[in-house]
Write a protein that binds this ligand. Structure first.
Ligand SMILES: [Zn+2]
Length: 210
């Protein structure tokens, strides 16, 4: 989608306002950030414009290292995600990795069916469509497409946590220094995050559901 000039003017003006207000409130803020980053959290989330992690978590620049893509999918062969995860885990040494799905996710909803969305999107959604197929019986018990899409978003988060645990650098960090993995769902209509039940087991470490 092409950003209209008005929209671009708006974001640039917004940046000027943000920079001015922030520097007035804390003159050292940007100077401190310029020295480096030491975020404690890696956030893997959806690219959806309604789920900007720093905003919805009331955080600041420097707080969260981020990887976002359509429907917060983790593919084993995704060099982009793998690089972010490796950097966050072995260099930044984040303490927690969060995978955050959300309600009304366009990617999850699209994965409820097999419509041809184009070559790139079809390929990207293959794993979440496979999750849908594996969980057909469960999803079929739900009363609406919204409910099925939201459940599929949850199942996708659980799957991503499973993929994460199988990454050697992540697994080593869990064992060696207590890195923990967490699944969250963001309710767009309420503006609230909820931890998936599984993430509360095992001292905060996600453990595989039955
Ligand atoms: Zn989404």
């Amino acid at each position: 989608m092409v950003v209209s000039q008005d929209a671009l003017d708006r974001v640039v003006a917004g940046n000027r306002t943000y920079a001015k207000k922030t520097a007035e409130r804390d003159p050292e803020f940007f100077k401190t950030l310029a020295h480096g980053q030491s975020p404690e959290i890696l956030w893997i989330g959806c690219a959806d414009s309604r789920v900007p992690e720093t905003t919805i978590c009331d955080c600041q620049p420097g707080d969260i290292f981020v990887h976002r893509n359509i429907a917060n999918c983790l593919h084993a062969q995704d060099l982009n995600a793998s690089s972010v995860i490796e950097y966050a885990t072995t260099h930044l040494k984040v303490k927690k990795i969060v995978v955050c799905g959300h309600t009304m996710c366009g990617g999850a909803n699209a994965a409820l069916g097999d419509a041809d969305l184009g070559e790139a999107l079809n390929t990207w959604l293959l794993p979440i469509r496979e999750i849908r197929r594996r969980n057909k019986a469960l999803l079929d018990t739900l009363p609406s497409d919204d409910a099925r899409g939201n459940k599929l978003a949850e199942l996708n988060v659980q799957h991503s946590l499973e993929v994460l645990r199988q990454i050697p650098t992540v697994n080593k960090a869990i064992r060696d220094r207590g890195l923990s993995l967490h699944g969250l769902i963001y309710d767009i209509a309420a503006g609230e995050l909820t931890a998936l039940e599984e993430t509360k087991k095992g001292n905060g470490l996600w453990s595989a559901s039955a």
